[in-house]
Design a protein. Sequence first.
Length: 386
Amino acid sequence: MSKKGIAILGSTGSIGTQALEVIEKYPDFFDLQVITAEKNAELLIEQALKFQPNAVVIGDETKYQHVKEALAKEPIHVYTGAEALCQVVEMTEVHIVLTALVGYAGLKPTLSAIDAKKDIALANKETLVVAGELVTKRAREMGVNIYPVDSEHSAIFQCLTGEFHNPIEKIYLTASGGPFRGFTHEQLKSVSLEQALKHPNWSMGAKITIDSASLMNKGLEVIEAKWLFGLKPEQIDVIVHPQSIVHSLVQFTDGSMKAQMGLPDMKLPIQYALTYPARFQTDFPRFNFMDYPQLTFEQPDRKVFRNLDLAYEAMEMEGTAACVLNAANEIHVAAFLERKISFLQIAEFNEYILKKVENILQPTYEHYVEKDREARDLALQNLGSL
Ligand code: NDP
Ligand code: MG
């Protein structure tokens, strides 16, 4: 059996480092070809020395010399800059690209990988939120598979195995509810950055952790699900499940429901996306019913957590609306992380930008780039006037 050549975009992040743990366990199956980081040169060097990939990319050009010198004695190509990301994914030895970088930055390299006929293991949900229409169309044209890494979408994908010809009636994406589940609008006025960064069940990068606290993450996942599974907005529902054991559910047209369950551990969906259709034996801790005598479900509070409905609104608007919402959210989450705005202002300003930027239907790639830029500029201008 020839080994599977892997490129990990964003190998120094939460998903990237867990993917490396998975890859390390199966040296006869995986062949790590490419790893990349934006700023974290030290960890990238450490990973390169350990895994000996064919190529590494450090996004930040000021760190290029340092990485190059540290790897001078190794047979490893070192590249820098955003364009390099688009080129390394095209390498012949790469069979599948794990997009584990964060935000809009994932769009261009993902499109390059699809054009080079590489399968995608998609963690970077923002890519489908921004340009799901274009990305899924291009993937179909090129005969490329997109395997979900996001735990909810992996759950749906696993429930659909053997069911691909059976229509879906609806899906339920589960949400933990985050650290502020049950909070009132009044209580949310004074929550701190530290509180928002403390997710009850998952340890993740800062951006997605804030998105989870504001329910924007679930909103982005609703849009991601629409594109991955070809669903209409009314076929996608969100249910809060604080224990994060049921990772999501599919309801078929005969009323039967299938759920995928397990302890919350991202290594499992990462591994499944890389080994599909096989399941490899693991020593991950197993679920014990007696540890969870009750699995509970409740409605999300859409009035208090406005971002979820904003995502539904953007999805209904189609065109570049979700791209605009995503751009606004990236700016506002960054501002919240820098303590420049309050938690509630994230959704408040997201809504303002979504309403303000003109929506372009049936957009081209250039339209997405234009609207992303416009939304960011407007959001920054608005923040500057505070
Ligand atoms: P992290 O912030 O932990 O890691 C992001 C990675 O991308 C790092 O390697 C970082 O490099 C790199 N990176 C950051 N900005 C850029 C950029 N502009 N250009 C290129 N590379 C960049 O994020 P996560 O691992 O938490 O999340 C990655 C993606 O996966 C996100 O889209 C998230 O929504 C999704 N996801 C994550 C889950 C999780 O459990 N973490 C679960 C489901 C989905 P550096 O370290 O040098 O900054
Ligand atoms: Mg998820």
